[in-house]
Design a protein around this ligand. Sequence first.
Ligand SMILES: Cc1cc2nc3c(=O)[nH]c(=O)nc-3n(C[C@H](O)[C@H](O)[C@H](O)COP(=O)(O)OP(=O)(O)OC[C@H]3O[C@@H](n4cnc5c(N)ncnc54)[C@H](O)[C@@H]3O)c2cc1C
Length: 349
Amino acid sequence: MNFECDVLIIGGGPSGLLTGSLISKKGFKTIILEEHGEIGRPEQCTGLVSWRIGEIPERIVLNTVKTARFCLGKHYFEVSSRKKMLVINRFEYDKYLAENAIENMVVIKTGEKAIGIKNGRVITNRGNTYQGRIIVGADGPNSITARLSGLKQPGNLLFALQCVAKGLFEEDVVEIRFEKEFSEDGFAWIVPMDKNRARVGLVTKGNPLPRLTTFLKKLNLEVVDRPVGDSIRFGLMCKTVAFNTILVGDAACQIKPFSFGGLVYGKICSNIAGEACVKALEENNFEEKFLVESYESKWKGEIWKAMKKGLWMRRFFNLVRRIPFSFTLINKIGLDILAEKTLDPDFLK
Ligand SMILES: Cc1cc2nc3c(=O)[nH]c(=O)nc-3n(C[C@H](O)[C@H](O)[C@H](O)COP(=O)(O)OP(=O)(O)OC[C@H]3O[C@@H](n4cnc5c(N)ncnc54)[C@H](O)[C@@H]3O)c2cc1C
């Protein structure tokens, strides 16, 4: 079958759902294609976000944390956030966003994977074709929309894997570990969901499973569920608009290059994407130049500097992690206190 709409969104993750809601709310016909059979599944996210995620129902918040403990062997330092960070239930969050989108009249087609494009129409695995006056690629780190529209995603690719483990945890402390055996280019984490359960995972180059197994063994934790994960693509993506197509969220690498959190930047940029699409539809202007001005320049204005700070922080950590006692030194010379006073978790200040 052939379907037509004002905006066709590929990807039913948070970025696609938020963008779609905004557009549809203004009365424009919006369709979201999601390859999986259910929104929010598989749940492959730790769900650690700052207050900038905005107002969400209480039932979605599993825990609040205040302190990040950065560890390298027996050396460590701590940084506390002025405002508490939230640990959310990512499946419930996506479900909540989908319910909002449906309330705003977005049509969500699950089990429908975009596989190609022909004569301006997106073709799916079910043999359907979809045409939108604007196409939004919200299809994550390995975006087919980017590929089909000639937008080059950065080549920095890591793999993250996590599971839920049972044990005894400090409820308001997130532990981030930089030992080489867990990850040479990323880190491992323990994010408490409550006193007795935590999301334990790591992000690294290559296959993360053997490293996660080692990490869990060292911690002597009981694993509650099967490990789940995904690619993490990061870096500055200069071009995110091509013709009538825009990329948003992980598809546009709108993630923090230090912690690899993408929910807050994705939310900020989805708002801008939604507004830009509405403006284009109201003014009947789908030229690339117009979309660059109303979307790309604006999202860069909001988070580009913060992303650069994140990249700088990543370089700093990759340097100091080579020196075993450096994390104690950071504490001794008061760099941790300076960070606490001057940095915010999203690098937006
Ligand atoms: C293990 C792990 C832990 C993480 N922890 C955190 C964290 O604690 N805090 C944080 O802020 N971020 C975290 N992230 C990152 C966060 O999950 C992403 O930044 C966020 O999901 C981005 O949302 P999105 O909507 O842009 O992309 P996604 O959530 O990736 O959504 C893209 C959607 O598009 C669909 N899709 C892809 N291709 C197609 C296609 N061809 N056709 C149709 N549909 C398609 C996918 O199925 C998916 O549903 C983590 C990531 C991983 C892997």
